[in-house]
Design a protein around this ligand. Structure first.
Ligand SMILES: [Zn+2]
Ligand SMILES: [Zn+2]
Ligand SMILES: [Zn+2]
Length: 257
């Protein structure tokens, strides 16, 4: 349901994150490529070390990218948390948002991590297919416009084509924004559910305490009532004995067995 820092790192960073493989100069956690010089951490004002990554002063980019060979892999480049993000995957475009949540709450919805860990080998093929479909659409639209222009006899061909391209570009941007919004909503819902469960547990604990307090005071009252009853019986007996003495003056030292 939710993962802590250690679990997220294990899932996202892979074998190069393991203590025996990791090195402070690793620049890309997927390839293990190191930089040539040691780096500084602005937040620690000291040499960058593993604790900087554990505290999310630095993270490795979790964006999935299509490599040249068509495989889907993780970007893995190191990035400073207090920056605009990965060079190719800026925070402003919604990338690596789970690290913000992880740093803020120490936990993150597993779904959010899975979204960037599930190897999607079809992604490359799907993107190619999508581009092909779009190109065909653009081609059809261009043909149609060219026909129109030919019928009209003249016109601003290149300008119209530029507009068509812009339209497609904007539509794709919108799609990406919607997907990001959906991801955020899902993560927020999970977080809310977790908090609600936590609150519910808290309420139950409080209720249990109340019930046990009530039972204790009930028992105490019961004991007190019995004690009072016993006292009343003692008093009644004493009165009866006194009565005996009064009714029979000669037996002044007689006590009832
Ligand atoms: Zn640091
Ligand atoms: Zn990246
Ligand atoms: Zn920095």
């Amino acid at each position: 349901m939710v993962l802590d820092k250690k679990e997220v790192f294990e899932k996202l960073y892979g074998p190069n994150w393991e203590v025996q493989n990791w090195h402070p100069m690793i620049r890309n956690i997927r390839t293990g490529v190191k930089s040539s010089k040691a780096h500084h951490c602005g937040e620690c004002a000291a040499r960058r070390q593993r604790s900087c990554y554990e505290a999310l002063h630095y993270v490795y980019c979790s964006a999935m990218v299509v490599a040249d060979n068509g495989n889907v892999v993780r970007c893995g480049e190191v990035l400073c948390f207090r920056s605009k993000g990965c060079l190719h995957h800026p925070f402003s475009a919604g990338y690596n948002e789970l690290f913000r949540e992880l740093r803020l709450f120490g936990l993150v919805a597993e779904e959010l991590v899975d979204m960037v860990t599930t190897p999607d080998s079809d992604l490359g093929a799907r993107q190619k297919e999508q581009r092909r479909t779009e190109n065909a659409e653009i081609q059809r639209e261009m043909d149609r416009q060219a026909e129109e222009l030919a019928e009209a006899g003249a016109g601003e061909g290149p300008q119209s084509f530029a507009n068509i391209f812009d339209r497609f570009k904007n539509r794709n941007k919108q799609d990406e924004a919607n997907r990001r919004a959906a991801r955020r909503t899902e993560a927020n819902l999970t977080r809310m559910a977790t908090r609600e469960a936590e609150a519910q547990r808290h309420r139950w604990t409080k209720k249990d305490t109340k019930i046990s307090k009530f039972n204790k005071s009930k028992k105490r009252m019961e004991e007190q009532r019995k004690a009072e009853e016993r006292a009343a019986q003692r008093e009644a007996r004493a009165k009866t004995e006194a009565g005996l003495l009064m009714n029979d003056g000669t037996l002044s030292i007689v006590r009832r067995p």
